[in-house]
Design a protein around this ligand. Structure first.
Ligand code: NAD
Length: 287
């Protein structure tokens, strides 16, 4: 393979150590730990794994975690009550409601009860709006983690052609806005895009967030492009990305592996967002 690997695990370990040191200093200064409340409703196995990993991440970075595991049979009113209580709890700096929610629960209504200053996932309309306006905000963890990876490897963004495949609210859209914020010329592609291959071939930075294994093939990639694979697909019990890793790796200059690329950075960015929410709340109270 010609491309250099962008090692999400290594960057993640380095960032976690930095967060741990900063959150220990925070505890020394304030006499309390930064605190993340994690709400899991129902027993989706993948969600259980994600929540467990997030709680482990908290332990590794000196962040206190409060875990709320609620049955799938919970009513909308009961779920809203849990989030409302956390929203006004002064000891809680960040609130995370693990998605997807069981059928029958109104996700938007529940998520919008998380105040923007405790919205560690960056999903609240105020945070999304501030990102669009180019103002300070908490940004969704996966695209923010991708930006950290690009920065860590010194990838030039300004003036480059960036193509994002996927337009979801949690990955594609904020990814495009973050690249635009750093002066890339950004094209967003999706399931209705025509001439996808031609558009992708023009990309200096190509981000795949589709959810289809090996969707991005070598003939879609420009020689020397930086290729970021956000996809997580289970194929024959193994995790596969959205990029044909081996063949694209022959053409790209940098590439992220799956697993070990974007995935580890997502949880680490959640921990970073939690730390920042804690610090901002503390400073706002001192004023
Ligand atoms: P999504 O299903 O919400 O969005 C997929 C996007 O892909 C859509 O915007 C759709 O228009 C586009 N798409 C689908 N088929 C296409 C096609 N044929 N051509 C062009 N575009 C097409 O998914 P998502 O939540 O954005 O996640 C995308 C992938 O990233 C999934 O594999 C998911 O598991 C993964 N993911 C990984 C992380 C991580 O931490 N690494 C985090 C979130 C999501």
């Amino acid at each position: 393979m010609n491309a250099k690997l962008i090692d999400g695990k290594a960057i993640s370990a380095k960032k976690r150590e930095e967060i741990r040191q900063k959150s220990e200093l925070f505890e020394k200064e304030t006499g309390r730990k930064i605190c993340l409340a994690v709400v899991l409703i129902g027993n989706d196995p993948a969600s259980e794994v994600y929540v467990r990993n997030k709680i482990r991440g908290c332990e590794a970075t000196n962040i206190k975690s409060l875990s709320y595991t609620l049955p799938a049979t919970i009513t909308q009113a009961q779920a809203e009550e849990v989030v409302r209580a956390l929203a006004v709890d002064d000891a809680v700096d960040g609130i995370l409601v693990q998605l997807p929610l069981p059928a029958g629960l109104n996700e938007t209504k529940i998520l919008n009860l998380i105040p923007p200053e405790k919205d560690v996932d960056g999903f609240h309309p105020v945070n999304v709006g501030n990102l669009v306006l180019g103002k300070e905000s908490t940004v969704a963890c996966t695209p923010m983690g991708v930006m950290t990876m690009l920065h860590e490897y010194g990838v030039e963004i300004s003036g480059k052609n960036a193509v994002v495949i996927g337009r979801s609210n949690i990955v594609g859209k904020p990814m495009a806005l973050l690249l635009l914020r750093e002066n890339a010329t950004v094209t967003v592609c999706h399931s209705k895009t025509k001439n996808l291959k031609e558009i992708c071939k023009n990309a200096d930075i190509l981000v795949a967030a589709i959810g289809r294994p090996a969707f991005v093939t070598a003939d879609m990639v420009k020689e020397g492009a930086v290729v970021i694979d956000v996809g997580i697909n289970r194929v024959d019990g193994k995790l596969k990305g959205d990029v044909d890793f081996e063949k694209v790796g022959e053409k790209a200059s940098y590439i992220t592996p799956v697993p070990g690329g974007v995935g580890p950075m997502t949880i680490t960015t959640l921990l970073e967002n939690t730390y920042l929410c804690g610090v901002k709340r503390y400073r706002a109270k001192k004023r």
